[in-house]
Design a protein around this ligand. Sequence first.
Ligand SMILES: CCCCCCCCCCCC(=O)SCCNC(=O)CCNC(=O)[C@H](O)C(C)(C)COP(=O)(O)OP(=O)(O)OC[C@H]1O[C@@H](n2cnc3c(N)ncnc32)[C@H](O)[C@@H]1OP(=O)(O)O
Length: 216
Amino acid sequence: MNARHTAAPSTDLDHQREAIAGLGHELRALVDATVRTVTPADVLHRVTDEVRRLTSQLTGRRRTRTEIPHVDEFPGGIRMFSPVTGPGNPLAPPVRVTPDGDGVTGHCTLGIAHEGPPGYVHGGMSAMLLDELMGWACSAAGTPAMTVSLQLRYHGPVPVETPLRVHARVTGTEARKVFVTGSITTEADGDRQLVTAEAVFVAPDPERARALFPER
Ligand SMILES: CCCCCCCCCCCC(=O)SCCNC(=O)CCNC(=O)[C@H](O)C(C)(C)COP(=O)(O)OP(=O)(O)OC[C@H]1O[C@@H](n2cnc3c(N)ncnc32)[C@H](O)[C@@H]1OP(=O)(O)O
């Protein structure tokens, strides 16, 4: 998501979300510049001091570990700070998720910050994209759930700086268990699956969910 191209805010919540996304967007640019730069040490020292100064401006009240941000819709909705889809999280590409006929599809482009082998995506990053999209597929099917098992096959390296498509769909349910499959392809070659995944998710029973997410 490019924060500079979002529509004019209509509510305080939209305004807050736009500000969060704007900061996330700039921080992603900073992260990208940081992992690509070949600038000399004196410049790096200067930037380090500037970044430390900026960080000190964000250390007022901070949310607690289990606090759900007021800008979020949990579960199954907007997660502004998700490490995968959150526009406010500089770790996130961020993935843009859309429903499709039989599940959900995520669209993103990963950068050098997500690199494993030179020029290709880190395998753990692919796992994170698939885990998240499979979670969205569970929510889209009406069963928000958590991963209990995730099996991946890496058929070919996933290129960085290349538009990607992540697909996930629920293949079956059995009581609280949800069975999900997923894949990663490039946008350009949607037939060639570079990574495939099979997962089991479990919807926590209500008592367990209350214990895990007390502020929900
Ligand atoms: C509100 C939600 C928001 C959800 C919000 C989700 C956001 C999405 C984020 C992306 C996804 C993630 O990263 S989620 C984060 C990573 N995952 C986790 O941290 C989950 C850690 N695991 C847990 O906390 C727990 O296992 C729970 C809460 C998920 C389930 O515990 P439980 O409710 O006690 O369930 P339990 O009785 O043990 O198991 C239920 C059934 O699943 C089966 N089962 C258990 N493990 C497995 C397994 N590995 N493979 C096959 N089947 C298994 C059991 O045999 C049983 O079958 P039967 O005997 O009934 O036949």
